[in-house]
Design a protein around this ligand. Structure first.
Ligand code: ADP
Ligand code: XUL
Length: 524
């Protein structure tokens, strides 16, 4: 019974999904939450709270503890670990891990009697890893952009203008502010390639899907871009793993997992990729034609693209599609954390969001709206610390209407910010932690005016990673994997309600006017 394993090292958890490729079924899912399962790290949402100057970092040792815990839980479950023939994974994009040269030897000879953390901690040349929520590198983005001759040049080479959370500007800031740390650094990994290195027991390459989120990869050639490397940090080329196609089989699983968790020593490891590229596969959307919205810690909207298409406003990105070609993506920072903030401040549960929020208020909220930026936003790029309300009668802000205004504001922002993609979806495919909330799914359907379809599996990134492993190692065609694993959950498709189009056309105009009034420096 050949099994394949997909891992997902996301912002808030490390999770796993196991597929049986004979019976075409998902036989097991497992998840370790940083907040609930590893409280000693004091990172309840997966990052170190209170970072200054826009810094948002996480502890890579927490990810390793979570990885070991996931493997231990899998080994204690009904999963026959020795039947797993292939593994791949997904990682939150853009985050970077800085290691000395000794890491390469240590990761190749992991001692099964010690913990991963105990062996790898001393190789960190930077104790914490900046992650995708970090916005501390505006100065470095400007420096890289000037060195290349402008946004257009950076964007046409790397698929994105220089963006604060992307790895290149993050590397530049470290190299500038910590000269010694940079000198000691032998290798810089992404979250995906770091976790893959540990699983494979060797320092592995960076795949084209996630590598494109660094402002360093030349999309046309698939190689690191000389000018971008030079503009980013001295000696960077020697410290970066090579970029390789996502389907590359890097070798067998580390002896560490063979001895400790009963893995087969011949189990193959396929390069890990970014969470959004993996989700594209897991949602059955890696061929052009489908638009996916993922409601995780961040909200993202993405689609496979035959040709790389870049965003004239600079908010969108082009990444490698792990199954070949490209994907476009737009990321919204005020995603689940903004929804959680409203939920907590109003003392609601998730089901109240639906029952006591959306169900009690009319579509379009009688013109009462919200710019849902509780913290600075990436799309559009605004500095903010509180939501902006428009169209409300003085003194009135009843909780139910606030819930609706938040969600309508979030999805109107997505609709407005994704027009440059030039794709008119017939259906939106919804994934991520918040997608199971039917009221939220209904609001997406109403705002976009198209049906919203959800898959039966919540973790599309881990599923996509497992499908990539099954394709690359077992040779199972993508079409047949999609037919087996990417079917919509029966009965969970949500239809847009009648009469919503006009209401949202009007609200959208008000929303855009409110945006430009609140943030006059924004480009049209
Ligand atoms: P990530 O992959 O970024 O770690 P997930 O896709 O796992 O995130 O989503 C986690 C988020 O989903 C949580 O932060 C929570 O806010 C949200 N969530 C979970 N359940 C619900 C629900 N029923 N309704 C709305 N949001 C939910
Ligand atoms: C995408 C992005 C986030 C992270 C975390 O550009 O920054 O979606 O991948 O999920």
């Amino acid at each position: 019974m050949p099994l394949v394993l997909g891992l997902d090292s996301s912002t808030q958890s490390v999770s796993a999904v196991v597929l049986d490729t004979d019976s075409d079924s998902i036989i097991h899912e497992e998840s370790v939450s940083f907040g609930a399962d590893l409280p000693d790290y004091c990172q309840p949402s997966g990052f170190i709270p209170g970072g200054e100057n826009g810094e948002v970092h996480s502890d890579p040792m927490m990810w390793l503890d979570a990885l070991e815990l996931v493997f231990s839980r899998l080994a204690q479950s009904s999963v026959e670990m020795s039947d797993i023939v292939a593994v791949s994974g997904s990682g939150q994009q853009h985050g970077s891990v800085y290691l000395d040269e000794g890491f390469i030897d240590t990761v190749g000879n992991l001692d099964p009697r010690e913990t991963l953390k105990g062996q790898i901690l001393s190789h960190l040349t930077r104790q914490t890893a900046p992650i995708w929520m970090d916005s501390s590198t505006t100065v470095e983005c400007g420096e890289i952009t000037r060195a290349l001759g402008g946004d257009t040049e950076v964007c046409s080479r790397s698929g994105s203008i220089a963006i604060e959370r992307f790895t290149g500007p993050q590397i530049r800031r470290f190299a500038k502010t910590s000269y010694d740390g940079w000198e000691l650094t032998g290798v810089v990994h992404l979250v995906s390639s770091f976790m893959a290195s540990v699983v494979a027991g060797k320092s592995v390459a960076i795949d084209h899907g996630d590598g494109a989120g660094m402002n360093l990869l030349n999309l046309a050639s698939g190689c690191w871009d000389n000018e971008l490397l030079e503009a980013t940090a001295p000696g960077l080329r020697a410290k970066l793993p090579s970029p390789e196609p996502s389907a590359t089989v890097v070798g067998n699983v580390s002896q560490f997992f063979v001895e400790n968790h009963g893995m087969d020593p011949n189990c193959k490891v396929v390069l890990f990729s970014g969470d959004n590229p993996c989700s594209l596969v897991g949602m059955g959307a890696s061929k052009p034609g489908k638009v996916v919205i993922s409601l995780g810690t961040s909200d993202t909207l993405f689609a496979a693209m035959p040709e790389p298409r870049t965003d004239p406003n600079g908010f969108g990105h082009v990444f490698g599609n792990p199954m070949g070609g490209f994907m476009s993506l737009i990321c919204f920072l005020n995603g689940s954390l903004a929804r959680e903030r409203v939920k907590h401040s109003l003392g609601l549960s998730w089901s109240d969001f639906d029952r006591e929020g959306l169900a009690q208020t009319p579509i379009g909220n009688l013109g009462r709206g919200m710019l849902p930026f509780f913290g600075s936003e990436i799309t559009p790029r605004v500095t903010s610390s509180e939501a902006v309300y428009f169209g409300w009668p003085e003194g009135e802000r009843e909780p139910a209407a606030v819930v609706r205004a938040l969600l309508e504001g979030q999805f109107l922002n997505m609709k407005v910010s994704s027009r440059w993609l030039g794709v008119s979806p017939e259906t939106i495919y919804l994934t991520g932690g918040a997608s199971k909330n039917t009221g939220i799914a209904q609001t997406v359907a109403d705002v976009f005016g198209v049906p919203v379809s959800r898959l039966s599996v919540p973790g599309s990134a881990a599923l996509g990673a497992a499908m990539r492993a099954a394709n690359a190692v077992c040779g199972i065609p993508l079409d047949s994997l999609e037919a087996s694993f990417c079917q919509p959950d029966s009965g969970s498709t949500v239809q847009p309600r009648d009469g919503t189009r006009e209401i949202y056309e009007e609200l959208e105009q008000k929303w855009v006017s409110a945006l430009h009034e609140a943030f006059p420096l924004l480009k049209d």
